[in-house]
Write a protein that binds this ligand. Structure first.
Ligand code: UD1
Ligand code: CA
Length: 462
């Protein structure tokens, strides 16, 4: 059996009221389409994504996911042209499905993001089935009518349904596994003489069901919920949040307030991680055992070691943090930051493309850009690495056991040797050799009782 998935993603998603194609709207940081693609099994021959509205954006997103190796299998795209219905969308793929020698076609919707990998895997071994769910309020969905043995009899879209059919609460989830040999002719027989003037995929499925048994498989409503509006998006986000957070709790992670913690699907947490309220983590994140993530922190990509303390309101953007580090409160670790173990980066410190070696500290109000700070060196309060001359960026390198006094500016490119002491308030514009003491300072001017004369002078003026 050669199984090919077709993912429908060409519609514009009018009800989202957005300039961005619907399938790119995120659920906990990852676009809906990426959730669907990541649920595909790696054994698939290929997945064809049918695109049209906003296709440049969808193509760019697919390309970036391919580069980041987020796609489990080969993904092709086909432009549907003007979308004339879900049946038309699959029919457009016929030549490609023939070329791929597909024997089974698994069809999913790009706007049904929470379908689980297990569910898709089961669909990929089926001889013919569709996923359905029981909805107390079935409004908007197609209705499923079963034969006495439970297999599919037919499908009716809401807008074409009689009042009796509208009362049916078993709805079509829009996910199917169908033999290509039967689907192919059924698609060619499709007509658009229905309420919406569209070529319905559901009509092709019903056509197949008249000759070949199609199983109706029941699914959780959460898995098959579609994203058609911003309300749906918020509801999907809430279910995804609950699904993800409860799964981490089962694996030994504590939340002070799971309802205000937002963890994306690519976040990995080890045992005894403790997460305070209002934390958001998205993209590819790994947090080691026993690490504590303080209130209001955002981790957008990052590799965080064991027993790290991320204090409240820290922002981590793709940084690597070693074991036993202390970060924040209010620290910002930007791209290319690497902290080896036992490093301390304190409040109002920003780092970018910077390596802080083991035991190094920058505890207060500093900017460290394009730099390397040696083992156990101490960067004082208010230190600035002046990395940018207005045209290019330059590097600052500091050896081990150095002491950079408060309010120093290191004007890059500059190399500070091991064991160096730089006096507070210096502006360092040249290299400093190992174990030297460097200072640049205006002379101290002292006037005896000058303060008294100063105030007298001011008072006279008023
Ligand atoms: C569809 C089903 C309905 C089912 C529901 C489940 C049909 C006719 N109806 O309705 O029975 O209950 O899904 O979610 O299939 N798309 C294209 N090209 C098109 C039209 C749509 O690629 O020409 C894509 C859309 O972008 C979307 C998906 O197909 O990702 C589903 O289309 P949508 O218009 O949302 O169908 P529903 O009305 O939800
Ligand atoms: Ca839909």
């Amino acid at each position: 059996m050669t199984t090919v998935a077709v993912i429908l993603a060409a519609g514009m998603g009018k009800r989202m009221k957005s300039r961005m194609p619907k399938v790119l709207h995120p659920i906990l940081g990852d676009p809906a389409l990426l959730w669907v693609l990541r649920a595909l099994p790696t054994e698939l021959e290929a997945a064809i994504v049918v695109i049209h509205h906003g296709k440049e954006k969808v193509l760019a997103a697919l390309e970036s996911w391919r580069k980041e190796e987020l796609l489990p299998c080969r993904v092709l795209t086909i432009d549907q042209g003007e979308p004339l219905g879900t049946g038309h969308a699959v029919r457009i793929c016929a030549a490609e499905l023939d070329r791929l020698k597909a024997s089974r076609v698994v069809i999913l919707s790009g706007d049904v993001p929470l379908i689980r990998a297990e569910t898709v895997a089961a669909l990929c071994t089926s001889e013919g089935s569709l996923l359905a769910m029981e909805l107390p309020d079935p409004d908007g969905y197609g209705r499923v009518i079963q034969n006495l043995d439970g297999s599919l009899s037919t499908l009716v879209e809401q807008r074409d349904a009689s009042p009796a059919e509208q009362a049916i609460t078993l709805v079509n989830g829009g996910a199917y596994a169908l033999p290509w040999s039967l689907l192919r002719p059924a698609l060619h027989r499709l007509k658009n003489n229905n309420a919406q003037g569209e070529f319905y995929l559901t009509d092709a499925v019903a056509d197949i069901a008249s000759k070949h048994a199609i199983q109706v498989n029941f699914c959780d409503t959460e898995e098959l919920a579609g994203m058609n509006s911003r309300n749906d998006q918020a509801a999907l986000q809430a279910s995804a949040q609950w699904r993800i957070n409860t799964s981490w709790m089962k694996q030994g992670v504590s939340f002070l307030d799971a309802s205000s913690t937002f963890l994306g699907p690519r976040v990995r947490l080890e045992q005894d991680v403790l997460i305070e309220p209002l934390v958001r983590m998205e993209g590819l994140v790994h947090v080691g055992a026993g690490t504590h993530v303080g209130q209001g922190s955002i981790i957008a990509g990052g590799e965080i070691g064991k027993e790290v303390s991320i204090r409240p309101y820290s922002i981590i953007e793709g940084a690597k943090i070693g074991n036993h580090c202390v970060v924040g409160p209010f620290a910002r670790l930007r791209e290319g930051t690497e902290l080896q173990s036992n490093v301390h980066v304190g409040n109002f410190v920003e780092t970018k493309q910077t390596l802080l070696k083991q035991g190094a500290k920058a505890n207060h109000l500093a900017y460290l850009g394009d730099s390397e700070v040696g083992e156990n060196s101490n960067v004082g309060a208010g230190v600035i690495f002046c990395n940018y001359d207005g045209v290019s960026k330059h590097r600052t390198t500091i050896g081990k056991d150095a002491f950079i006094g408060s309010d120093t500016q290191l004007v890059a490119p500059v190399t500070i040797g091991a064991g160096v002491v730089i006096a507070a308030g210096s502006t360092i514009t040249g290299d400093v050799p190992d174990h030297a003491l460097a200072m640049t300072r205006a002379t101290l001017v002292l006037k005896a009782e000058g303060a008294i004369r100063y105030w007298e002078r001011l008072k006279k003026k008023t």
